[in-house]
Ligand binder design. Sequence first.
Ligand code: IFM
Length: 535
Amino acid sequence: MEKYIAICKETDCTDVWEAAVNCCQQAEQKGYDRLKAKQKALWGKRYEKLGIEIEGDEEAEKAVLYSAYLLYSSAPEHTDRVAIPARGLSGQVYKGAMFWDTEIYMLPMFAFCDPKIARNLVMYRVKNLQGAYEKASEYGYEGAFYPWESQETGRDGCTHYNLTDIFTGRKMRTYFRDKQIHISADVVYGLWKYMNITKDNSILKEGAAEVILECARFFWSYAYYKKGKEQYEFLDVTGADEYHERVNNDAYTNYMIRLTAKATLDVISYLKSKEPEMYKKVMDKLDYWKEEENIRDLYEKIYLPKPNDSLVIEQFDGYLKEEDLSIQELYSRIIKPNEYLGSPCGLAVNTQIIKQADVILLLSLLGSDFTDEVKEKNWSYYEPRTEHGSSLSTCIYALLAAQIGKTEWAYQYLMKAAQIDLTGDYKLYLGDLYIGGTHPAANGGTWMVLTQGFAGLEAEEDGVHFSPHLPEKWRKLKFRFNYGGSRYRVEITKDILKIIGEDAAKELRVTYMGNIYTCSAGSTLKIQMENREGK
Ligand code: IFM
C-alpha cells in the first residue's frame, strides 16, 4: 500500500485543503521511487553542507550526525514565519512555541552551514517585533521585550501559572514569562552573530536595525541607576538558571545586555557612515536621537559581576551565600518523584544547586572577555552544582570544557548531549508536566561543541579563529563552514589544521595561537600545530 500525506499551513497558502490535495496528487504522479530518490538527494546535500566526519570514533560520529539530522528536520527552509520550536516537530509540549533556544543553540549551525535557513530564523523575530512591543508595554516598559514562549503571532504563549504543585495539585505562579528579560538580549545576539558570520547586513534594512535598537531601549527602561555606585543594575530578573527566579544582577543577563547596548551603538554608527538615508529614517521613526546617549551611558556604566578572589563569578547577587550542598544531598530530600525543584518553593531554591548552565553559558558565548583561568575555575565550581534539569545544559558544559582543553570532560558531556534523543536519558517531567520529545537545542549545542569547542572555531570581525583540542581517540575531525558567503572545509588531526577554500572568492584571514594566516581563494591553508594534548 502506498499512502501520500501532505501537511500544509494556513500561513503558507490561501486554502490549506486545496494545497494539501494538490501536493498529494503531485506526489502520486511522481511515485514512491522518485520521491525516495529526491529525499535521498536532499539529505545528501544537507550532510554535505555539514561535512562532519570523526575518524577514530564511529559512535560519536553517528550520535552527532543523528543529532544534526533531528535539528535539520525541524528547520524552516521555506518560510520566515516560524522558527524551530523547543521540541522540534516531535511533540506539543511548550505549545509548539519558539524559545531563546533558537538564537543561542540552533542558529550557529545554520549560520555557519546553511545561511538561508539562518536568515529565516532571525527574520522570524524581526517579523514579530510587534509582539515584543506589546509585551513590553503590558509590563509598563518601553521598547521590545521578546516572549519566553513565542507563538507564530509573536505573542507570548506562557501563562502565569505554568506549573502544578504535585503535593497540593494547585497551580504555581512562575515568572518565566515576566522576568526572563535576557530573551531580548538573546535575540540581538542572534542577529549580531548572523551578520558576523554571513556578513549579510541586508537584514538591517528589513527591520533588524529596529529590533536591535528597540531591545536596547527596553533594557534602558528596565534598568535601575544606583546613585553612589554610579552604575546600572538589573533587579528582579530570572537568568538562564530557572530554579532561581527573581534575582538581582544575574551575570549572564547583565553581560548580554551590555552586548545589546554595544550592538546598538555599532548599528547606529554603521548606518550613519554607510546608509545615511536609512540612518535618518530609522532614528526619526523610532524617535531615537536622545536614546542613543542613554544607551551609551548604559553600555559604559552597566554593572558586570566580576570574578571574586577565587576567580568565581557569582551567578547573581547573594548566590554564594545560599546553602552549598551536593546534588546527592539535595536528592535525598525529595519526597515525591518529579517534584519541581525550582521557584517558588522547590528544594533547590535556597541552595547553590542550579538547573542549567548560566555563568558557564556566559563564558562560552562571550569567551574573549575572560581568561582561560577564569573559565577553568568557574567550570570546576559550577559543574558539581549543576543538575542539568534542562536539555540546554550538558552541551554548554561540553562546549566550555572543549574550548579550554578539558577534553576528557568535554567528551563525556558531548556524548550526553549528542545521544539525548537516542538514549532518552533526560528529565521527563516538571511536576506533572510531561516535557518529552526531541531536543533541538541540545542538537544544535552538539554541533557547537564539535566546531566551536573541539575545533575552537570563532567568527571574528574580519576572519575566523581556530583553537583545536581533539579528544584522545579522535584521529581526524572534518567539517564544513561558511564565512562571508564562501564555503570552507576543515580537517584537523592532532598536529595539523587544514582549511580548504572550496569556493572562496576572497582571502580568508585565519588566526591561530596569536599568529595570522591567510587562506587564499580556492587553495589550502596548512598550519602545523604545537602539541594540543588536552587535559
Ligand atoms: O528555553 C528553555 C529553558 O531555558 C529551560 N526550560 C525549557 C525551555 C525550552 O527548551
